[in-house]
Write a protein that binds this ligand. Sequence first.
Ligand SMILES: Cc1cc2nc3c(=O)[nH]c(=O)nc-3n(C[C@H](O)[C@H](O)[C@H](O)COP(=O)(O)O)c2cc1C
Length: 208
Amino acid sequence: MTEKKRWVLGITGASGAVYGIRLLEVLSARGFGVDVILSEAGRQVLREEMKIALPEDLDAARETLSKNFNLDASTFCIYRNNDFEASAASGSYRCEGMVIAPCSMGTLAAVAHGLASNLIRRAADVMLKQRRTLILLARETPFSAIHLENMLSLSRLGAVILPPIPAFYQQPKTVADLVDFVTGRVLDVMGVDHTLYRRWGEGENQNP
Ligand SMILES: Cc1cc2nc3c(=O)[nH]c(=O)nc-3n(C[C@H](O)[C@H](O)[C@H](O)COP(=O)(O)O)c2cc1C
């Protein structure tokens, strides 16, 4: 039996929790395994923006996410952000890479400077050292010179800086269209096939 391909998904406390959730929905529907790590601020923003309060218990948190979104609970696991024994903390872990969606400026700074002080930061550090895919949906506006310098450092190290910036040539009608455009661009970088947005010069949008 072939093992599922796995991705690590960090959800931090920047605005845009919906991007992490939508990515999880698509990866789950596509049959990938996903290791989800939420920071404390990530949980807080999820509560503010999506009105979902995740229980502390990890199984209950998984159940809550599955019930509220279009998710198969068997496809993902949730890890505590202080769990340095999690597989994602090790370079020996077999996975495709990691996405931090959304990525706060605090996490961006920590990753840019090798400060592996929680599991999200440690897993990102591992992706860099192992030369695996690392995608950061860095979200803030406006950016300070510190933010920009940290992004440049990470880009030079091989990470992909993908701020959640939608395009409007698609004629989006709903917030979901905007979210799917950004999510689709993330999936493009991950090399995951999808039909979340209409590519320039191609036909109508479809769901995954
Ligand atoms: C509702 C809300 C929205 C926030 N939006 C952002 C944001 O867009 N970008 C950012 O860098 N920080 C934002 N923050 C602040 C971060 O959550 C804060 O800096 C936190 O320490 C980040 O920690 P983390 O990277 O471990 O999740 C927001 C906080 C709240 C409560």
